[in-house]
Design a protein around this ligand. Structure first.
Ligand code: NAP
Length: 367
């Protein structure tokens, strides 16, 4: 395993971050394909053996059960001080807004619940999961700064935002003397490269670490077009992200397969080796031993400049999809596709029945 500093922080992270969205009670949240606790623990343990020390979860993953499984496994298998644990909080709900809960109070409640789920005194990285148009930016940054001051959070990161939003947030933090975002978790992989327009440049200039999610396009960059899996069949949210551009993406996926044959490695290794040339640490979803083993192997694969250019050449710009397609003030008022399930104050409405108004039209999603 290789290690790197996470942006402007003292955190040293493995260059592969284990994504924990696939861990959690499958009957209690957005995804039907998640692993129960016993199997989650086995994958986490294998990751630790391979040198992974960076773990990404969220209160929104299977109603907090992902946090619970991860926390218990790390307590049993690892030393806390060697680990870098990241979790995420969600925007204020309409119910909280109606009840007068401020952004600061919301963040305090969310971190307290996450720490309880994880069984930890602090998290290393607390991530603003998606932009909250309903809450003043000052309140978010002040709320985050307070939990840093209290010692519940070491550093803060952001996810699913435009570069201008991150730049604005950090400018406000600088002006007020608040903690600044040190990392960004955007959607970035070989078949979805919109982060290269502005985000990558901002991060390079300000030493903000990029730790992208869906680094294998939820499995599409790991297998030949046409090959399938349970997740590929059942993950309707990933279908929403990739189905519309399947034909053009398959050209790139074909090139990944070609280079994998040439290097005698897996497609996963080629796809991640490319991303490792662009970012600090991709977040890789692992629900099997061989997933995390393949990801760890990718760190050893080095691509030539010509090979990188060959992989990049067929890309054409994509429409924003997934959470970024909802990064608008209008969508923020609607029902979203995530929830904290039974940890939420309001009822848990399940995707896809809870698609916000106009979501299908905006994103081109087909049932
Ligand atoms: N911030 C956000 O809004 C956000 C959104 C999404 C995800 N995330 C984070 O990012 C993580 C990863 O997201 P993701 O699961 O969508 O994306 P991913 O890493 O692109 O895809 C994971 C899938 O890739 C396949 N895979 C992984 N390693 C493999 C290997 N070595 N060989 C063959 N196939 C392999 C598996 O597919 P099969 O199961 O089909 O075999 C696995 O389920 C999540 O766990 C979560 O922590 C964050």
């Amino acid at each position: 395993m290789e290690y790197a500093k996470l942006g402007n922080s003292d955190l040293t992270v493995s260059r592969i971050c284990m994504g924990c969205m696939g861990f959690g009670d499958p009957g209690n949240g957005q995804h039907s394909w998640t692993l129960d606790e016993e199997h989650s623990r086995a994958v986490i343990r294998r990751g630790l053996e391979l040198g992974v020390n960076f773990f990404d979860t969220a209160i929104g993953y299977q109603s907090g059960t992902s946090e619970q499984y991860l926390g218990r496994a790390l307590r049993d298998f690892a030393r806390r001080e060697d680990m870098v644990v990241a979790t995420k909080f969600l925007p204020r709900t309409q119910d909280e807004i109606a009840a007068g809960v401020t952004g600061q109070q919301h963040i305090e409640q969310m971190i307290n619940t996450s720490l309880k789920n994880l069984g930890l005194d602090y998290v290393d990285l607390y991530i603003y999961h998606m932009w909250d148009y309903e809450t003043p930016l000052y309140d978010i940054m002040d709320g985050l700064n307070r939990v840093v001051q209290e010692g519940k959070v070491r550093y803060i990161g952001i996810s699913n935002c435009f570069a201008y939003q991150l730049a604005k947030a950090n400018a406000l933090a600088e002006r007020e003397g608040f903690a600044k975002f040190i990392s960004v978790q955007g959607h970035y992989n070989l078949i979805f490269r919109e982060e290269e327009r502005e985000m990558a440049r901002l991060c390079a200039e300000d030493n903000i670490a990029m730790t992208p999610y869906s680094s294998l396009a939820s499995g599409r960059l790991s297998r030949h077009p046409g090959e399938t899996s349970r997740r590929l069949e059942e993950d309707s949210y990933a279908k929403l992200k990739y189905d519309a551009t399947e034909e053009q993406d398959n050209v790139i996926i074909g090139r990944v397969a070609e280079l994998a044959d040439r290097h005698r490695v897996t497609m996963t290794e080629i796809s991640l080796a490319w991303l490792l040339t662009k970012v600090t640490a991709p977040v890789v979803g692992a629900t099997r031993m061989h997933h995390i083993e393949g990801a760890a192997d990718a760190v050893k694969v080095k691509l030539t400049e010509d090979e990188r250019a060959y992989l990049e050449e067929p890309y054409v710009p994509h429409r924003l999809v997934g959470v970024m397609a909802q990064n608008t003030p209008e969508a923020a008022k609607g029902q979203h596709v995530w929830s904290v399930g039974n940890q939420r104050k309001a009822g848990n409405r399940k995707y896809p029945q809870s698609l916000p108004k106009g979501f299908r039209r905006r994103t081109g999603w087909k049932a």
